[in-house]
Design a protein around this ligand. Structure first.
Ligand code: G
Ligand code: G
Ligand code: NA
Ligand code: MN
Length: 253
């Protein structure tokens, strides 16, 4: 309960910040975009992990306000980068299932127009639980977002109850292989088999494939061998503040 009211205050206090973790092309080594990850700098507790406060926000419904703040902030940043002449990356924002209501497309259209951001610059990361819910309504919302020009990525792939068969049903263009399958590469046979199966089938379904949690050159080499497209992880960079990501972008171009 304390955390909830403190989080509510944090929203207005400027204690929240977006950090950016680069996604790197395996082919060119260049930065293709970044995932925006929430950080909460609490005045007394220090850095509170989203792993702690996102579940609280989801239970209390505060995730709607929090999610709107994240979308607003990502678009504000994209606009600021454009004004500063920084080559525009694609920023991926995590969406909770509860944010996925029928007003989402209109809200996003308004936000993009107000901030002067192209829909192609915003990617939305969703999780498998949304697909399992899989109602006609969810599909209709996804189709609208894609028709507007935004790309949808499926996060933490392989950890939930969906399967590769789901990918046919939903307009998803990017698949993110969960970190838990990347950890054991290339020594754990099971992880290798799972990663290989995901990449092989996803490539045939014309999906862009991003591997998460890449920490070692050996993992990178294995994923390259499989034909994975993009990598994200500590091997390249953790999530960093906007200014630091901007410096990485300038150096990259
Ligand atoms: O950034 P790590 O840095 O600790 O993130 C932990 C978890 O919190 C991840 O599962 C991540 O998807 C989630 N998360 C981080 N930022 C956001 C956000 O803006 N919205 C939602 N819904 N989840 C987020
Ligand atoms: O659930 P989601 O995939 O959105 O969360 C991403 C989480 O993974 C964040 O907590 C982020 O800080 C963390 N992360 C990103 N790259 C790495 C990595 O290379 N190794 C580890 N251990 N964690 C990572
Ligand atoms: Na994510
Ligand atoms: Mn993930």
């Amino acid at each position: 309960l304390r955390l909830e009211s403190e989080l509510r205050q944090a929203l207005g206090n400027g204690e929240l910040q977006l950090y950016y973790q680069p996604k790197v092309s395996l082919r060119t080594g260049r930065i293709m975009g970044a995932e925006a990850l929430l950080r909460w700098r609490h005045p007394a507790r220090g850095m509170v992990s989203p792993g702690v406060f996102i579940p609280v926000a989801e239970e209390t419904g505060l995730i709607l306000e929090l999610g709107n703040w994240v979308l607003e902030e990502a678009c504000r940043q994209l606009h600021a980068w454009r004004d500063a002449g920084v080559p525009a990356p694609t920023i991926a924002v995590n969406l909770s299932g509860r944010q996925f209501d029928s007003q989402l497309p209109e809200r996003l259209a308004e936000l993009l127009a107000r901030r002067g951001v192209l829909p192609e610059q915003l990617m939305l990361e969703i999780t498998e639980s949304l697909l399992v819910r899989g109602t006609e309504n969810v599909i209709a919302i996804m189709n609208k977002l894609v028709a507007m020009g935004m790309a949808l990525a499926l996060d933490d792939f392989g950890t939930g109850y969906s399967s590769l068969a789901y990918l046919k049903k939903f307009p998803i263009s990017t698949l993110k292989i969960d970190r838990s399958f990347v950890i054991g590469l290339p020594d754990e046979e099971n992880d290798c088999a799972i990663a290989r199966a995901i990449v092989t089938m996803a490539r045939q379904l014309r999906q862009e494939i991003v591997a998460e949690g890449v920490e070692t050159p050996e993992q990178m080499a294995f994923l390259r061998g499989l034909g994975c497209h993009q990598l994200q992880g500590f091997l390249f960079s953790p999530a960093v503040p906007a200014a630091e990501f901007e410096a990485m972008l300038r150096e990259d171009r």
